[in-house]
Design a protein around this ligand. Structure first.
Ligand SMILES: *[C@@H]1O[C@H](CO)[C@@H](O)[C@H](O)[C@H]1NC(C)=O
Ligand SMILES: *[C@@H]1O[C@H](CO)[C@@H](O)[C@H](O)[C@H]1NC(C)=O
Ligand SMILES: [Cu+2]
Length: 238
């Protein structure tokens, strides 16, 4: 029975190979182990996306809303340093065409508290949008298997969640079709500054699902297409 189960697990893992998670924090030039600093997500086995932007899963997609935060370690990182997420697709690209971004939120009382960052405290620190060229969108996901970016130098020191996200757009032409691949790392930021991050949003709340960058037919753009419009708030660069 165990062998049969194992065989089925391998088979279905291959079957859902076109999805992914963001299980590894990158910091200090190191890619850390799966789910060490990133809250384990409910799709850790299926790799399937969140598609409902009004569901709580859109915040951090935790496996267990009560226990996962406390089961996850907190990484110390310096403001101004490079951090990121490695996708569960080593040596391959993110398969789906999409829009990448990263958000942070102060985490009260601590980054490993289940109740942290439930209100409008999230700000965007980075994005990697598709580029409109020769009448087509060119997607960054076609050439990368990880995302990296800088913690803003002026971010005040303290406890934070760092939320990485790809909004995959390959079947996004109907409402609820866009696929959200995301995860939250738990951080203690040190050597910070005195900036005031913003604008801030909540998850759920940041997206309605009707934004032109979420509800979009990427295969049939209008002749007067103005270029990709990023969903969510503007980037705060500190
Ligand atoms: C989306 O999530 C909300 C909140 O959990 C729920 O009320 C709603 O039924 C969900 N919508 C769909 C289409 O599943
Ligand atoms: C990164 O380096 C700093 C400074 O050496 C150290 O304090 C911190 O613990 C390191 N972070 C991780 C996640 O290893
Ligand atoms: Cu997929």
């Amino acid at each position: 029975m165990k062998t049969l189960l194992a065989a089925l697990v391998v088979l279905s893992a291959q079957f859902v190979g076109a999805h992914y998670t963001l299980p590894d924090l990158i910091a200090n030039g190191t890619t850390f182990a799966d789910w060490l600093y990133v809250r384990e997500t409910a799709n850790h086995y299926s790799n399937g996306p969140v598609t409902n932007v009004t569901d709580e899963a859109i915040r951090c997609y935790e496996l267990d809303y009560t226990t996962t935060a406390g089961d996850t370690s907190i990484a110390t990182v310096a403001a101004g340093s490079t951090v990121g997420f490695q996708g569960s697709i080593f040596n391959d690209d993110f398969y789906h065409p999409g829009y990448f971004s990263a958000y942070m939120s102060p985490a009260v009382p601590a980054a490993n508290s289940a109740s942290a960052a439930e209100s409008s405290t999230w700000f965007k620190i980075w994005e990697d949008p598709p580029v409109y060229e020769n009448g087509e969108l060119v997607f960054p996901s076609q050439t990368i298997d990880q995302i990296t970016f800088t913690i803003p130098k002026n971010l005040p020191s303290g406890q934070y969640l760092l939320r990485g996200e790809q909004i995959a757009l390959h079947v996004a032409s109907t409402y609820g079709g866009a696929q959200f691949y995301l995860g939250c790392a738990q951080l203690t930021v040190v050597d910070g500054g005195d900036g005031t991050p913003g604008p801030t949003v909540s998850f759920p709340g940041a997206y309605t699902g009707y934004e032109p960058g979420i509800l979009i037919n990427i295969y049939d753009l209008p002749a007067d297409y103005p270029g990709y419009q990023s969903p969510g708030p503007a980037v705060w660069s500190g």
